[in-house]
Structures are given as C-alpha cells and as structure tokens.
Design a protein around this ligand. Structure first.
Ligand code: HEC
Ligand code: HEC
Length: 331
C-alpha cells in the first residue's frame, strides 16, 4: 500500500518535472507572486510611497509619477517634476522592478533601495533633501512609532526610509497574466492571433533581449542595433555610468510585463502606441518590417502579459503636527 502511494507521488513528481522542463524551453517564464518577507516594513513603505510630504511642494509622491492605478507609470512622454519642470526621460514602471538587473534606464542604481533616495533629493523631481524628508517624518509621532516598531529606534534615518519603500516595491509583482496561465498549461488562455504573435516574437528574435520572467529587465542593449535610432533627447544610456564608449546608447531592456498599460514607450517616450513601438523594434533591432497583420498579432500577444495589478487598501497617512515643516509648493 505504502509502495503504491510512493509510485503515484513519483509519477506526479515526474509529470511536474516534465512540465517544468517544457516551461524552461520557453524563453519567458512564469512570474511568481511576491513573497512578502516583512509585512510591517512593506506596509510602512506603502505609506511612504504615497507620502507627498517627502517632496518640497508637499504635493509629489512616488505615486505621482509611478501611479499604481496606471501600471506604475505616469503615461507621459517624460515626467512632470517640482514646479512643473519637464523631466528628461520617460518614467519606467515600478511593477516587477525588483526583477531588474539594476534600476534606471542606464542602471545607475544597483537596487531598489539605492534608487529610492534619488527622486526625493532630485531638484527636478521631488526637490527635497534627505535631511528635510527625515525631519518631516520625525515631527509626526505616528511615523516615529511605526519606524520604531520595525527598526527599534526613536530616530528615523533616510536609510530606513529607502529600505521601507524598497520593501513595498518588492510586493509590486503582477502574476496570473493570461500568458502565465498559458505557460502553466491552460492552452485555452490564448487565442490564435495571440499565439501567432508569440511565435513571431520568438522567431523574429525579440526574445534575445526580452526574456525571463519579466520579459526584459535583465540586460543592457543597444537601442538601434541594425539601424540607428534618431532621438531628440540627450540621454546617452549606459555610457553615462560605465564611461565605456561601447555602452553609448545602451539602455536597460525594459520589462514587457503590463506593457499594454505603460505607454508611451522607449526612454524618450517617443512611441505613443504599441503598434509604433513594435514596428520600430522590428526595424531597428532586427532589420525586420512586420506586415500590419504580423504587427497586430505581436501587439495582441504583448497584451496577454498584463497581470494582476496591485490591489490593496489606500494607505491613510498620519496628519502633520504643529512641529511639521510646512510645504513650499511655489518655490
Ligand atoms: C517626478 C516624477 C518622479 C517621481 C516623483 C519619482 N520618480 Fe521614479 N522615476 C522617474 C523617472 C523619470 C525615472 C527614470 C529615470 C532614469 O532612468 O534616468 C524613474 C525611475 C524609477 C525606478 C527605476 C525603474 C526601472 O525600471 O529602472 C524606480 C524603481 C522608481 N523610479 C521608483 C521611485 C520611487 C520609489 C519614488 C519615490 C521615492 C519615485 N520613483 C519618485 C520619475 C519619478
Ligand atoms: C537587441 C535587443 C532587443 C531586441 C532584439 C528587441 N528589443 Fe525591444 N527593447 C530593447 C531595448 C534596449 C529597449 C529600450 C530602448 C529605449 O528605450 O531606448 C526596448 C524597448 C521595447 C519596447 C518598449 C517598452 C517600454 O516600456 O518602453 C517594446 C514594446 C519592445 N522593446 C518590443 C520588442 C519587440 C516586439 C521586439 C521584436 C520585434 C523587440 N523588442 C526586440 C531591446 C531589444
């Protein structure tokens, strides 16, 4: 009897292994749901993510430019910063950003924690300073209590702020897209056009750069491999970080997860639609001109990569106190 159970279990394990190696043969893998290591830290990070008082104006939060109701982006060509300043580059999505090899288009931040301090002190974004941001939080006893619960100290530091924001961002993973369901064996999850689009995506060579669970995010690649990309923006890409001429105009390959929601496209936001982005990619990365039908099929496939969006209760932020430094929205 015992033996029989073992055999059944063994068969199940074999079937699972076979199925797993079938997935492994695909250049795109299932995106696993987030494992939240420290829910209290992530919850504090969520508040800070929505906290406009981390900006000089008291008006701009991470969510202003990475709107979680809109795929973690602002859907603008380039972002609007403090005093309505025009940003230099398109805001990438924060969804699944924990899977990126590094953060920013040029990868200048090694991870989410290193990234999170940037916008607060960036004069073109939140235009604050780390010291002032901490002073604001420190003046609000409920924040002091929440930081103390996690970090066991009465004194808030910027390191703790960025750690908490990063912990929240790590929860922003989007599983259960139709494409994942298909990968996991639900052959009804995609229709014929979407499957044809996926075949084109693979056979044309898109997966050389857009692969893995995030369908990108894993490497830096030249924008304009076969044909140069004509950009109006001054962004130079990875060379700005490495100072290696070979890295000129190399950008982090963006994730294509939720790409239906994260328009407009490319580091300069110049491609307004997926149709345009796919056409440009085909031509300048692969020397391939897709027909309207093929383009439509690839776009249909890309839209199957939209997963479950973050779903949570809006955080209610503790009110300022008499001691809280006041916002300076028009300076
Ligand atoms: C004014 C708009 C704006 C605000 C506010 C802002 N960001 Fe960004 N964010 C951007 C832009 C633009 C980029 C791309 C910059 C670059 O690559 O040079 C970016 C990049 C990022 C990235 C890198 C994603 C990737 O794929 O490389 C993350 C993560 C991120 N921001 C998180 C945050 C967090 C956390 C906050 C709040 C502390 C924040 N952002 C505030 C506009 C903004
Ligand atoms: C040689 C590597 C490479 C290949 C091949 C490639 N891409 Fe890309 N892809 C990139 C890079 C790098 C970017 C970002 C470029 C930029 O913004 O300057 C990008 C951006 C995109 C974007 C815009 C995403 C966003 O959020 O802005 C889409 C859509 C896209 N690629 C689809 C495709 C499709 C479809 C194919 C195949 C026809 C393809 N790519 C082939 C490297 C590649």
């Amino acid at each position: 009897m015992k033996y029989k159970v073992l055999v059944v279990a063994g068969t199940a394990a074999f079937v699972q292994l076979a199925a797993m190696s079938a997935f492994a043969a695909e250049p795109i893998q299932v995106i696993p749901p987030a494992k939240v290591a420290d829910p209290i830290l992530a919850e504090l990070g969520k508040k800070l993510y929505f906290e406009p008082r981390l900006s000089k104006s008291g008006f701009i939060s991470c969510n202003s430019c990475h709107n979680l109701s809109m795929g973690g982006t602002d859907n603008l060509k380039t972002s609007i910063g403090h005093n309505w300043q025009k940003g230099p580059i398109n805001a990438p999505t924060v969804l699944n950003s924990s899977m990126n090899v590094a953060q920013f288009w040029d990868g200048r931040a090694v991870d989410l924690k290193a990234q999170a301090g940037g916008p607060i002190a960036n004069p073109g974004e939140m235009a604050f300073s780390h010291a002032l941001a901490v002073e604001v939080l420190q003046s609000i006893p409920r924040y002091v209590g929440e930081f103390k619960a996690v970090f066991k100290s009465d004194k808030i530091t910027i390191d703790e702020v960025t750690k908490a924001i990063a912990a929240f961002e790590e929860t922003l993973v989007t599983p259960n897209s139709r494409f994942d369901k298909w990968l996991m064996g639900d052959k009804q999850a995609l229709n014929a056009d979407e499957l044809a689009g996926y075949a084109l995506f693979k056979d044309s060579g898109c997966t050389a750069c857009h692969n893995g669970p995030a369908v990108g995010g894993a490497s830096f690649q030249k924008m304009g491999v076969v044909e140069p990309y004509k950009a109006n923006s001054p962004a130079e890409g990875r060379v700005a970080v490495t100072k290696q001429e070979a890295d000129r105009f190399n950008f982090k390959v963006p994730t294509l997860r939720n790409v239906e929601l994260t328009y407009p496209y490319f580091h300069d936001g110049e491609a307004a639609t997926l149709t345009e982005a796919v056409d440009i990619m085909g031509r300048i990365q692969l020397g391939k001109k897709f027909t309207d039908k093929e383009n439509g099929q690839i776009v249909a496939f890309l839209k199957t990569l939209t997963g479950d969006q973050p779903d949570f209760k809006m955080p209610i932020l503790p009110p300022s106190t008499d001691a809280t430094p006041r916002p300076k929205p028009f300076e």
